[in-house]
Structure formats: structure tokens, C-alpha cells
Design a protein around this ligand. Structure first.
Ligand SMILES: [Zn+2]
Length: 464
């Protein structure tokens, strides 16, 4: 079995893997998380929060829930960095509707600018309104944005989640050990050890909201020439273009307010983490979180109850379905496949590890960035407090009457999930886990400064 500590990347013979061969830039991702969390802590008390009424109201209503949603936004932003590391020079989309000449590298099958400006998302569909050939039409029919392989999404998600859980645990138990399992054949994704306990974890994470890359050009793009004059014709909006991304200044684009955040030219192995980490101040971190929360809250409203702008904002989430996105890319446990696999894994951990453990020191958790949201009542609500046992452990009760009730030793009963931990909802059946992953406790420590030790060791700079 190959495992990694959560910072480096090793193989069984202890050989360190070169960063260029690793799926995730772990050290930089961890530094980014530390930077963002530190800036949130500072911004809550230095007046930055007052500039973001939505964040302020959420924080005032429930600090623990607010902290969870902040982690939801930060984890998507980490996914975003890894998506940006994978952009290519093919399949950028051209648009002049914002009044200049832009190309976008979209992760959804729509123009990131026009999806919110048009009346219907179909008006922003990429490639559809062009006079295209048969081959392009074929390929358009399957195009839901520039995706990355689901295997890579899974590996990235495991890393993001393990870092954030490690941060929560270490703010309480500094000597805790976190372990990410790296082997595709193994059924445990991560394990956490503290206070004499081991938490075996199944992770199902995939992004909900991503910011596409955008670049503004000095002149219109052209394609073909006029039959009449022989002069070049301006390229049509919402057609695909090749774009030499390493020659241009790039940005992350916010569809909600048509603004952007510079990430510089593609350069060096730590791009885009390095330029972003250097540039992120309180205001930009709060802007990223505010954008995420604006879209998340539109998404959280059940589809038929959404009104006005919320209808359009929800289009910006993963897994919407045609014509915007493939519905197999729904985030976290919102994808029913993930819910089903995660539930089986938890049951298996219980039967193969928890019940077999002589010292009764193992616990199980299903962890994802996002819970089933609209499907929560259908998929999870009636499972969340289930406890089970093997048939042999049910003993006749004291009267010897098996028809009415059984007696069972407490330690022979196992929760299906000791926890289902997601950033937007936490089911905590086990009190030790509820304490270790306590978001309300963490945000208090963030504000009073006692959570900064781990953050500083990750970021290499002092918050002071
Ligand atoms: Zn457009």
C-alpha cells in the first residue's frame, strides 16, 4: 500500500515523487488554505466583514454554520486552482458582449458572461448559434465545458478535505496524526488518529462552484475573410478558439458581477497558487467567499421555489444538466452515486474494522464538501441515526421472551455513520467526533488567535 503524509508524496520504498508527477500541488494548496483561513479570521474583526452584508448576516445568524460555508468556499477555490493548473490552449470561448474582446476557459457549456445576462441559459450555450460544420455540431452535442478526469477530481477532493479536517483536529489536539491513503485499491481514503482513537474516513468531494479563467485581448479575434473585400472577419461570439494561454495575462472570472481576479501569466510549477497567495488580502478573500455564498444560497433553494436572479445563479453550479452541464458532475453527496458508494463504504468499515477492533477505538465518517441538499430527505434523513449489530449479538431479554424485545451490549451496536461531515451540514452521532470537528469552536479560536499555530506552520508567514 502506498500512503502519503499529507504534505509530501511518497511511494512504498520511501522515494519522494517529483511535484510534476503529483496530481495535487499539496504544499501550495495547504498554504493557500492557511492564507484564506487566516484572512477570514482577521477580516471578521478588522471591519472587512461590514463591507459584505450577506456574509455579515450569515455570520451573525450562526457562526458555526458560517465557518462551514467558508470552508465550502475555500475547498471549491482549492479545486479551482487544480482546474487552472490543467487548462490547455484548446477550446477557449470567444465573447464581445461585455464590450471588449475576451476569451474564457469555461468549465460549463455556457459563456460565463452571458449565462447571467441573457434571459435563458440556452442563449449563452457555446458553439450552438454558430454556423458550424457537422463535426463541430457532433462535438458540441457532447460539450459541457472543459472537464478534468473524474479520477483526478477525486484525488484533488481527498486532499482538500484531509487538509481542512487536519486543521480542525489540530486546533484541538496538536499531536494528532492525519493520513491520506493513496492507493486506488484500498477502501479507506483517510485516517485520523488522536486521543487514542482512529477515525476511518470515506471521502466524496467534487466542486460545486468554479471560477473560469478569462483573458482580455487588445483587438478582436478574426476568423476567415470577407468574400467581398478580402478583409478578415471578426470571430463570432460563443465560438471556440485556440489561445496561447502562456503568452497572456490571465484572470479568474466572477460571473455574478462581471469582475475578475488576476493570476498572471502561466509560469513555473507553483502557478497559479504562488501569484494568488501573494495577492490575497482580506477584501479579495471575502469577495471569493461572498461570490460562492451568493451562488450557494440560490442553489440551496429547491428548484421550483427559486425566483428572479436565483434561477440564473443556480445555473453556475456543477451538475445542472443539459444544456449547461453533465448531471454526473453534481457536487459531493449531491451526486447519488457518491451517496450510495459512501454509504456502502461506511457499512463495510463498521463490519470489517469497527466491530472487529478488540479495543473498540475505531470510528467511521463519511466526509464530503457538500451534502445531498435537495435530496437530503430522500437519501439521508432516514439513515442518519441508524445503529446496527450482527444477529448473534442480540440476546433474549431478561424474561427470556424474544418476541417483544432483545438485549444487546452497547459496544456491539455500531452507527452506520459516526458522522456524515459536510461543510453545509454535519450529522454528528459520535460525541468525540462532534468535539474534534466542531466548527463553532474553531471560529472562536480563529478570532481569539489560538488557532494560528497550525495555520502559521502551513503558510510560512506570521499572521501578526
Ligand atoms: Zn458571451
Amino acid at each position: 500500500m502506498a500512503t502519503t503524509d499529507i504534505d509530501g508524496d511518497y511511494r512504498t520504498n520511501n522515494v519522494t515523487v517529483a511535484l510534476s508527477k503529483q496530481i495535487v500541488n499539496g504544499p501550495k494548496m495547504r498554504e493557500l488554505i492557511a492564507r484564506m483561513v487566516t484572512k477570514v479570521g482577521q477580516g471578521l474583526t478588522d471591519g472587512t466583514l461590514a463591507g459584505f452584508p450577506l456574509l455579515q448576516s450569515q455570520y451573525a445568524a450562526d457562526p458555526a454554520r458560517f465557518m462551514g460555508l467558508v470552508f465550502g468556499a475555500i475547498s471549491d477555490f482549492c479545486f479551482n486552482m487544480e482546474y487552472v493548473r490543467r487548462i490547455t490552449d484548446a477550446r477557449w470561448s470567444y465573447c464581445t458582449k461585455a464590450g471588449d474582446h475576451r476569451v474564457y476557459y469555461p468549465y460549463l457549456g455556457v459563456c460565463p458572461h452571458c449565462v447571467l445576462k441573457g434571459n435563458r441559459p440556452v442563449e449563452a450555450v457555446l458553439g450552438a448559434n454558430a454556423l458550424v460544420g457537422e463535426e463541430e455540431r457532433e462535438s458540441r452535442a457532447r460539450y459541457f465545458g472543459n472537464k478534468i478526469e473524474s479520477h483526478h477530481v477525486g484525488r484533488i477532493g481527498e486532499r482538500v478535505i484531509v487538509y481542512i479536517l487536519d486543521l480542525l483536529i489540530k486546533s484541538k489536539f496538536p499531536d494528532a496524526t492525519s493520513l491520506l491513503v493513496f492507493d486506488d485499491q484500498h477502501d479507506v481514503d483517510a485516517a485520523f488518529f488522536f486521543e487514542g482513537l482512529g477515525i476511518i474516513t470515506q471521502i466524496k468531494a467534487s466542486p460545486l462552484i468554479l471560477l473560469p479563467v478569462m483573458s482580455v485581448m487588445n483587438a478582436p479575434m478574426t476568423e476567415g475573410v470577407s468574400g467581398e473585400t478580402g478583409l478578415p472577419l471578426q470571430k463570432r461570439d460563443h465560438t471556440f478558439a485556440g489561445f496561447t494561454s502562456s503568452d497572456h495575462e490571465l484572470n479568474l472570472y466572477f460571473s455574478t458581477d462581471d469582475t475578475f481576479l488576476p493570476i498572471g501569466k502561466r509560469s513555473g510549477q507553483d502557478w497559479p497558487y504562488a501569484p494568488l497567495i501573494g495577492a490575497l488580502d482580506q477584501a479579495s478573500v471575502f469577495k471569493i467567499i461572498n461570490n460562492w455564498l451568493t451562488i450557494y444560497m440560490a442553489f440551496e433553494v429547491p428548484k421550483r421555489l427559486r425566483t428572479g436572479d436565483d434561477k440564473k445563479k443556480a445555473w453556475l453550479t456543477s451538475g445542472w444538466g443539459a444544456p449547461i452541464d453533465d448531471n454526473k458532475t453534481k457536487a459531493g453527496l449531491a451526486r447519488s452515486d457518491n451517496m450510495m458508494k459512501g454509504t456502502y463504504a461506511s457499512l463495510k468499515y463498521g463490519a470489517y474494522y469497527v466491530q472487529e477492533c478488540q479495543r473498540r477505538t475505531l470510528k467511521t465518517a463519511l466526509v464530503a464538501n457538500i451534502d445531498p441538499v435537495h435530496q437530503y430527505a430522500d437519501y439521508l434523513e432516514k439513515l442518519e441515526d441508524i445503529r446496527w449489530a450482527h444477529n448473534k449479538d442480540f440476546k433474549p431479554n431478561q424474561n427470556g421472551d424474544e418476541t417483544a424485545s432483545y438485549t444487546i451490549a452497547k459496544d456491539r451496536l455500531t452507527f452506520l455513520f459516526d458522522s456524515v461531515f459536510t461543510f453545509n451540514r454535519q450529522i454528528m452521532n459520535d460525541p468525540v467526533l462532534a468535539d474534534a470537528w466542531d466548527l463553532g469552536g474553531f471560529i472562536k479560536k480563529l478570532i481569539d488567535g489560538s488557532a494560528t499555530k497550525t495555520l502559521d506552520s502551513w503558510s510560512g508567514y506570521s499572521a501578526a
